[in-house]
Design a protein around this ligand. Structure first.
Ligand SMILES: Nc1nc2c(ncn2[C@@H]2O[C@H](COP(=O)(O)OP(=O)(O)O)[C@@H](O)[C@H]2O)c(=O)[nH]1
Ligand SMILES: [Mg+2]
Length: 599
């Protein structure tokens, strides 16, 4: 299906044209028919000569109803610009065209109506010149009469050609269905309609609705008046929602693929075209079918910060327009550059921000986002409209290596240079902590998290690299090398004196002579330099494996005394050593105080 919105001044024949093409009545309201004037959006459709379907969103032309017009064209990628031959270019011709331009609409047709009343030549020439200067560029023009039907076959053919030019919709993209109508159908409940610009909807799907805690579920789908199990972009759809009260949603709300959009009330954006120097401080932002008052804070020459009166599901790259409702004036288009911009608190922050924004163009840029945000969850980036997979990641300067889209921990993504700096900082913090607390068993992970200002413990854990290690919630050196000098020297002496008698533990006096008190022994044990069997009973750490080897050579089962002799040691060592081996499952104790080596 191909969806096209009308545009043009009131009474130029838009609704008459839609009626003539479709045989359907776009003016839905009694009041519209009584006054002969479109007030709200109308919807109609027909089959084209190619067999394809075109659906029209018919908009009001009166200046009072421009907000309704904008809700209709916002989500629609193509426009039918209607100008009456007898009246020519008029104020809302200009305002509607400015709106299409601001939204970046690139596909359209010029239809000069009421050609039975006047020569369409002058109106065509003027309109073409106006349109050529916008995002629509040079467009084909057709002269028609809604009264006589002249020109309608040519218009149908032109519509077919326009439909063929439109880019193929992206069906795998997340859904953001901007609601343009909501109503209640007896027996079915709440129904909303909109133009599905991307993605697909299926009966049974769950969707997100801003402000609703629970997802909403699709109970039924209609398109072009028929029930469907699935609707794909681009199409007009009516969605019946299960259990969602009518007053929960209306025009300007959006039904969303869950987890794919960030609701934001603060965006940084670039103004399109030649931004007016005297942009009012308060304007209305129109995007999709939504219209929200915004406060405008200029940042750079063509960049602004917008504070929205209510949050909207916006993505990087979104096009929107700013309008001054008091002056009936489209102030211009904006392109969203950042949907989660940093607060501007320090002096000079706004100027610095303007410099950052000057570099952005609204195209999602993973490496740039990582560089600016340094650390962010991939889900948060996706919700901003920055795909994390399948994106070309720009190589950073060689020494940093390429930016990586693989998480550094959990779903955290990091700027490579920042991650490397964090790693260095962590090493420094741990070293400093060790200097200040030489006998402490490393620095607590949470203290490190705070020192490095990291939002998540898993990031600290991921930054720990050998020779550092995490043990019992602390980060410290894994090897004896990092022990305080004096302790390391004492351990060396133990090694020299007992290396050839590995199961002889230094006597308590000897430990005192060596300067190995309980705290020093604790530090050496945590560093893996000594093995503690009991208070004041320590061995070198390889003793356990050696002991198992020796004991395995004994006739099984063996007694404590046999073990003591084989190991050439004393009861003081043999008893706790065998108990430790029991606990580790290397030996098993049987009745009568004999043991076997477990193989
Ligand atoms: N003679 C003539 N009248 C037309 C034509 N198209 C529309 N009209 C009349 O112009 C008036 C406004 O038309 P309408 O379609 O409501 O304009 P809209 O406000 O742009 O939707 C109506 O009285 C129509 O009958 C046309 O091609 N020829
Ligand atoms: Mg109308």
């Amino acid at each position: 299906m191909f969806v096209v919105a009308t545009a043009g001044h009131v009474d130029h024949g838009k609704s008459t044209l839609v009626r003539a093409l479709t045989g359907m009545e776009p003016d839905r309201w009694a009041e519209e028919r009584r006054r002969g004037m479109t007030i709200d959006l109308g919807f109609a459709w027909t089959t084209l000569p190619s067999g394809g379907t075109v659906a029209f969103v018919d908009v009001p032309g009166h200046e009072r109803f421009v907000p309704n017009m904008l809700a209709g064209v916002g989500p629609v990628p193509a426009a039918l610009i209607v100008v009456a031959a007898d009246e020519g270019w008029m104020p809302q011709s200009a305002e509607h065209l400015a709106a299409l331009d601001a939204l970046g609409v690139a596909y359209g047709l010029l239809v000069v109506t009421r050609a039975d009343l006047a020569d369409p030549g002058p109106a065509t020439a003027r309109a073409r010149a106006e349109i050529a200067a916008t995002s629509l560029g040079a467009v084909p023009a057709v002269a028609v009469s809604g009264l006589t039907g002249a020109g309608l076959p040519e218009l149908r053919a032109a519509l077919d050609r326009l439909a063929a030019q439109l880019p193929a919709p992206t069906l795998d993209d997340p859904v953001r269905l901007w609601v343009d109508r909501s109503f209640t159908v007896r027996g079915s409940g709440t129904v909303v309609t909109g133009t599905l610009g991307a993605g697909r909807l299926r009966v049974g799907d769950e969707l997100e609705l801003a402000g609703a805690d629970e997802p909403v579920r699709i109970r039924g789908l209609h398109s072009l008046g028929e029930a469907r199990a699935e609707a794909t972009a681009v199409s007009r759809v009516a969605v019946n929602l299960r259990g969602t009260p009518r007053d929960r949603l209306g025009r300007g709300d959006a039904l969303l693929t869950p987890g794919r959009f960030h609701h934001t009330d603060l965006v940084d954006a670039r103004l399109a075209g030649d931004p007016a120097a005297d942009l009012p401080a308060t304007l209305t932002l129109h995007v999709g079918s939504a219209a929200v008052p915004v406060r405008v804070r200029p940042l750079g020459p063509d960049t602004v910060r917008l504070r929205l009166a209510r949050p909207l599901p916006l993505l990087v790259g979104d096009r929107a327009l700013l309008r001054d409702p008091g002056r009936h004036h489209v102030s211009g288009g904006v392109r969203v550059l950042d949907v989660a911009p940093p607060p501007l608190v320090r002096r000079g922050a706004a100027a610095a921000r303007a410099q950052v924004l000057a570099e952005l163009d609204g195209r999602p840029d993973l490496a740039g986002e990582l560089r600016r945000r340094r650390l962010i969850r991939s889900g948060a980036l996706i919700r901003m409209g920055v795909p994390v997979q399948d994106l070309p990641v720009h190589a950073e300067p060689m020494r940093d290596g390429p930016a990586r889209a693989e998480p550094v921990a959990g779903d955290w993504l990091a700027d490579p240079a920042h991650w490397r700096r964090l790693g260095e900082q962590l090493t420094e913090e741990v070293a400093r902590h060790a200097r200040e607390h030489p006998l402490a068993p490393g620095m607590p992970v949470d203290a490190l998290r705070q020192r490095l200002a990291l939002p998540d413990r898993v990031l600290v854990e991921a930054l720990v690299r050998p020779p550092l290690r995490i043990h019992a919630g602390r980060v410290g050196a894994a090897s004896a090398d990092a022990l305080p000098e004096a302790v390391a020297r004492a351990v060396q002496r133990v090694r020299a004196e007992y290396g050839d008698r590995p199961f002889r533990a230094p006597e308590a006096d000897r430990l005192v002579d060596l300067g190995l008190g309980p705290r020093e022994i604790g530090a050496a044990v945590r560093a893996g330099a000594l093995l503690r069997l009991a208070d004041n009973v320590v061995l070198l750490p390889d003793a356990l494996d050696d002991a198992v080897r020796v004991l395995a050579g004994l006739p099984q089962p063996f007694t404590l005394s046999a073990a003591r002799q084989a190991l050439d040691t004393t009861r003081r060592v043999a008893v706790p050593l065998l108990e430790l081996l029991d606990r580790r499952g290397a030996t098993r104790r049987l009745p009568d105080d004999v043991r076997i080596v477990v193989t």
